[in-house]
Ligand binder design. Structure first.
Ligand SMILES: Cc1ncc(COP(=O)(O)O)c(C=O)c1O
Length: 362
């Protein structure tokens, strides 16, 4: 099966095998050594000297960790949303009693920095900003992170970034861009099964987490930091997924992060060129297309659900459908993690063949 969804992504055979190993004592030296190794590897990929904690959770767990540690009860925050995952931040903040100013942009667009600045000027009480780097529901990567971080810090604020479907595939320069909190998840570019999520924390973020009164337990990042100092996690970790991450990081570091980024740039372009050559258009506007996922508009009147079934049954290829209001109108083609040229060619062939079976003449 050619799994062309934007996560969970395929894992290399050695990584799958690593996950089948027998259990070890998660409070023993073997786990501590592995944790130290993976934390160093993850920090390298994050391009940061900040603390990065590994949580046993999916990406949404990392988002919840960011909110419960960094948004104070009744705090007024800004969420910049360009799609479904930006909206998830809004829901999370509201769930914990925060007040949200929601700055939303049309599907397919990136956020406009002028509008962000105007919104923050209109609400001088806002000191926390949450944003999605790579919006998996629309196939858009936001180019604004360095400028946004600079502006947010000029008003003495804190920036929380969901980089779940970008970090490890495309550059996210945590320290150079001065990002306070950055989230990612094992099942995306990390070539690992779902089950681990990452959270980096700047000194500013730790200071706020310390004074924040929001109740938290499983995701209390101070507990994670304390345990990490002894090579442990506060609660039982997802050991098998951790074995996989350890192996996947060896493969990633051997390839080198710059080579990984170049491969994603090349495969992203190849996917977009192939899709456009079929006469189809992309949801993402020009210049902000994601190199990890391509959202493709379907020909007028074509049922997206049917296309997904035809691709699976006839071409052993799994694409993702649209989410929310985009359901049935787009399909999403994932090209992140353990992926090479032949996977993209096979994915494009499957798409072309499925469209033809549904009567599309191009
Ligand atoms: C940008 C983004 N944010 C958040 C999430 C949520 O992560 P998870 O499904 O692992 O909880 C995803 C996963 O699809 C994502 O792509």
């Amino acid at each position: 099966m050619n799994l062309r969804i934007p996560g969970p992504t395929p894992v290399p055979p050695e990584v799958a095998q690593a996950g089948a190993a027998d259990m070890i004592n998660h409070r023993g030296p073997e786990f501590a050594a592995m944790m130290n190794r993976t934390t160093a590897g993850v920090k390298h990929v994050y391009q940061t000297q900040h603390d990065v904690m590994t949580l046993s959770a999916s990406g949404t767990g990392a988002m919840e960790a960011a909110v419960v540690n960094l948004v104070e009860p009744d705090e007024h925050v800004l969420v910049i949303s360009i799609g479904e995952f930006g909206d998830r931040f809004i829901n999370l903040v509201k769930t914990y009693g925060g007040r949200c100013t929601e700055l939303k942009f049309e599907q397919g667009l990136a956020a406009d920095m002028n509008k962000v600045e105007a919104t923050l000027k209109a609400h001088p009480d806002i000191k926390t900003v949450l944003v999605t780097h790579n919006e998996t529901s629309t196939g858009v990567t936001q180019p604004i992170l360095p400028a946004l971080a600079q502006y947010v810090h000029s008003i003495d604020g804190l920036l929380i970034v969901d980089a779940i479907s970008s970090l490890s595939s495309v550059p996210v320069k945590t320290d150079e861009w001065d990002l306070d909190v950055v989230l990612s998840g094992s099942q995306k570019g990390w070539m690992t099964a779902p089950g681990l999520a990452f959270v980096s924390m700047s000194d500013r973020a730790w200071a706020k987490a310390d004074r924040n009164k929001t109740p938290r337990f499983y995701f209390d990042l101070r507990r994670h930091q304390q345990s990490a100092a002894t090579g442990q996690t506060p609660w039982t970790p997802a050991v098998s997924v951790w074995f996989q991450l350890d192996r996947a990081l060896q493969i990633m570091l051997a390839e080198g992060i710059e080579n990984i980024f170049a491969r994603h740039r090349r495969l992203g372009r190849m996917t977009r060129d192939g899709v456009r050559a079929m006469g189809l258009t992309l949801l993402a506007s020009e210049g902000v297309e994601s190199d990890t996922v391509t959202a493709i508009r379907l020909p007028e009147g074509m049922d997206g659900g049917k296309l997904l079934n035809v691709a699976m049954e006839n071409f052993h290829t799994v694409f993702a459908g649209g989410q929310g209001s985009l359901r049935g109108k787009i399909i999403r083609f994932g090209h992140l993690g353990y992926v090479n040229d032949k996977d993209i060619v096979a994915g494009l062939d499957a798409l072309r063949g499925s469209l033809a079976k549904l009567g599309y003449k191009g």
